[in-house]
Design a protein around this ligand. Structure first.
Ligand SMILES: [Zn+2]
Length: 577
């Protein structure tokens, strides 16, 4: 994710927090030699495979490959987004992100909007309890089967009818019209004649972030007045493409990752499902599912079941979602599709058939693979060769989006069965994706090359950077991996005390960062005491490589004299590395 927090701020922050302490508060650690260990919180672990290094400020699991620094740990363990993890760390460390540092992101650009939104939230809730029309609203909720406790858990409120309710109340509390407008709560009248309330005579759903801060609102009409649903507009703190409804409420009531998440379209669906004993639903806010949604969803659970209306729009939305989901379906993740009967939404359906029957449908949701192949098969005839070839063509661009792994192999197998071709042929036909998304993969570690080995060693003992001489000569070698090695050496020569965890932060969410994390993890197998000797050995080999190239090029240009040629022949080693 793009953010603009200066690296120096992150360096400073990571230097102030202690990863061991941070993790130990959540997962009790035991000291084992130089490091600490525990059973891994990220996979079902019977032996302590999870190691935390206080020197390196880096954790690593030998079992599942999880690994990273304090920010990564908070993101994965507390299921926070990057910026949330950073501000959480800053809070714990007692570091206030400087004013301009807080301006990097929409979430912190306008910190003053949070108290204002919280005040609006209180106002709407107060109206639900005290407004003259409260009985009508409560009847409405009852009519939909929503009880008081559920309404309270979700912070439901009421925006009274009329143009001037919220804004005079908040003005009195000292909030300016300008701020109210920025928060999307009021709309400016023409010709600067003040403002009027955006939400009028609506049931109000606060949309909260993971920390429980209200970012915006959804308002549902109590009758058939269009629009049925009205959301806050995009504001500095509220972004529909990023926000999911119900996550705060979901996380508040459980410690563990939910086994599965149900993804629905509306807040009323989330509420109704929670009311009927299905508390693991979240909603997109009337927008198409975005990559950001999907990343967040998978951080919350490994199994997603997307709920769609059975109508045309629902089927289109389902296909759209598929295209976004495919690149993220790694091994261990599951995606299902639940199509509702025409005319039903999750809210109405759960009220009609009840929790058990509804959950039965969730369990029996169509697996992504089946949905994909069914959709494609429907566009062609499978009883002749041309049709099967066409299916293959249709499937190719989609399947090539899947990350490598057992899941992709399985899908290939299923497709092979449908087109009645050997799976080997299919594998050759469908090329692997050109670049993998920068998600942590549980795939085997990288092939070990000289520069990579050098990098692994360097990551674990940054002080070794000082042992590198002739860096300029090495930089001339066109060996893959060497430019990165040289970049790290140069940086570490001037920053010898940076920890591994902080160094990796410089490369977060970049392809290089992905490789470095893996190399750092590979480095855990290396013997620290032998690291220096090994590092010097690698440097020797690289320098030899440089010399070989140097002489070879010179010879190729015919610049060698008789003596040099003779000398080289006596030196020639057939397997110069
Ligand atoms: Zn693990």
């Amino acid at each position: 994710m793009a953010h603009r927090i200066p690296q120096s701020v992150l360096d400073d922050l990571l230097a102030r927090v202690d990863l061991v302490e941070l993790i130990d508060r959540r997962v009790p650690l035991r000291k084992t030699g130089r490091n600490y260990s525990a059973c891994c919180p990220f996979h079902h672990d019977k032996t302590p495979s999870f190691t935390v290094s206080p020197d390196k400020q880096f954790y690593h699991c030998f079992g599942c490959g999880a690994g990273g620094n304090a920010i990564s740990f908070l993101m994965d363990y507390e299921r926070l987004e990057f910026l949330e993890a950073v501000s959480e760390l800053a809070e714990q460390a007692g570091v206030s992100l400087p004013q301009d540092a807080a301006a990097y992101t929409p979430q912190t650009t306008h910190p003053d909007l949070y108290p204002l939104l919280a005040a609006a939230d209180r106002f709407f809730r107060h109206q639900l309890r005290h407004h003259a029309r409260r009985q009508t609203v409560i009847e409405y909720l009852r009519g939909r089967g929503i009880e008081g406790t559920t309404a309270r858990d979700f912070g439901i409120g009421y925006a009274p009818p009329g143009w001037d309710n919220l804004h005079p109340a908040l003005s009195q509390q000292g909030y300016s019209h300008q701020a109210l407008e920025t928060a999307g709560l009021v709309i400016a009248r023409d010709q600067g004649n003040g403002v009027y309330d955006r939400f009028r005579d609506r049931l109000m759903f606060p949309i909260r972030d993971r920390r429980g801060r209200t970012l915006g609102f959804g308002g549902r009409a109590l009758d058939d007045t269009p629009p049925k649903y009205l959301n806050s507009p995009e504001t500095p703190v509220f972004h529909k493409g990023r926000q999911l409804y119900g996550v705060y409420e979901l996380l508040r009531q459980r410690r563990n990752k939910p086994a599965r998440l149900l993804v629905v379209e509306g807040y009323m669906d989330v509420l109704a499902l929670a009311q009927h004993g299905i508390p693991y639903a979240v909603a997109t806010l009337g927008t198409a599912t975005t990559d950001e949604h999907i990343n967040q969803l998978f951080r919350l659970s490994d199994e997603l079941v997307f709920c769609f209306d059975g109508d045309r729009a629902g089927r289109d939305a389902a296909w759209h979602t598929l295209e976004h989901v495919l690149p993220t379906v790694r091994d261990g993740r599951r995606v299902g599709y639940l199509f509702l009967p025409e005319g039903e939404d999750p809210d109405s359906l759960v009220r009609h058939i009840g929790q058990q029957a509804f959950e039965q449908r969730v369990v029996e949701a169509t697996p992504l693979s089946e949905y994909l192949l069914d959709q494609l098969s429907a566009q062609t005839r499978l009883n002749d060769v041309d049709g099967r070839a066409r299916l293959l063509e249709l499937a190719k661009p989609l399947l090539s989006k899947l990350p490598a792994g057992a899941y992709r192999d399985l899908l290939h197998q299923q497709l092979a069965e449908r087109v009645q071709a050997p799976v080997e042929l299919l594998n050759r036909h469908i090329s692997p994706p050109e670049h993998q998304p920068a998600v942590r993969s549980r795939a085997p570690l990288l092939r070990r090359t000289l520069p990579r080995l050098a990098i692994s060693l360097l990551l674990h003992q940054p002080i070794l950077a000082h042992r590198v001489q002739h860096l300029d000569a090495l930089k001339k070698l066109t060996v893959p991996g060497l430019p990165l090695f040289a970049e790290l050496v140069e940086y570490l020569q001037t920053h010898p005390h940076i920890t591994l965890g902080a160094l990796l932060e410089h490369y977060r969410d970049t392809p290089t960062g992905h490789i470095l994390t893996k190399l750092a993890q590979a480095g855990f197998d290396l013997n620290d005491d032998l690291a220096e000797a090994e590092f010097m050995g690698v440097l020797d080999k690289l320098q030899q490589l440089y010399l070989d190239r140097y002489w070879f090029d010179k010879a190729a240009r015919g610049e060698l004299d008789e003596h040099e040629l003779h000398y080289l022949r006596t030196l020639h080693r057939p397997d110069a590395d």
